[in-house]
Ligand binder design. Structure first.
Ligand SMILES: [Zn+2]
Length: 171
């Protein structure tokens, strides 16, 4: 069975991002216990990722690049904001310098109640500069991996928009 629309596909992969130096930085990989499993064509993954897998079958390997524009997008300068430091004070008015260090990731809730994750870019006496862009915004993506499984999605999986089974949803 070759990968096409509405198939459930299981892959293992490694993700790297090319750096200016010409080297590649390792970002993440699937493990034997938790491969990536998804339904083709319902918007679960980046369109370019799915596009590169169409026509492959179990045992085939892949090795492809996705541009930053077609990956997680380019960094949005408006997503870098300065937040008054007192927002981060605890009940006693203390500022936790351990937690709010440059490079740390801070889960936050915006005024509309949406959860978002920011990275601390700068800490001054008055404010924290936080970057809410996706950590891979502006990065090219290099995926290498292998197709581990291909099967037809069943109607309930298509209706729910997710994979059922050992590594998917149980209900
Ligand atoms: Zn379900």
């Amino acid at each position: 069975m070759i990968i096409s629309q509405h198939h459930v596909v299981t892959v293992s992969y490694q993700l790297f991002t090319p750096e200016l130096s010409g080297n590649e930085k390792f970002i993440e990989q699937t493990t034997e216990d938790s491969p990536l499993e998804f339904i083709v064509g319902i918007g679960q993954l980046l369109p370019d990722f799915e596009q590169n897998l169409l026509g492959k079958k179990v045992g085939d390997t892949f090795d492809f690049h996705i541009t930053a524009e077609n990956g997680y997008g380019l960094p949005d300068p408006n997503a870098v904001v300065e937040i008054p430091k007192n927002v981060f004070f605890d009940e006693s008015g203390n500022f936790d310098t351990e937690t709010f260090q440059v490079g740390n990731t801070i889960p936050m809730v915006n005024s509309q109640g949406h959860r978002m994750t920011g990275i601390v870019k700068e800490v001054t006496n008055d404010f924290l500069k936080m970057d809410f862009n996706h950590p891979l915004a502006g990065c090219g993506l290099h995926f290498k991996g292998e197709v581990l499984g291909v099967r037809q999605a069943d109607p309930s999986e298509l209706a729910h928009g997710h994979v059922h089974g050992p590594n998917g949803h149980h209900h």
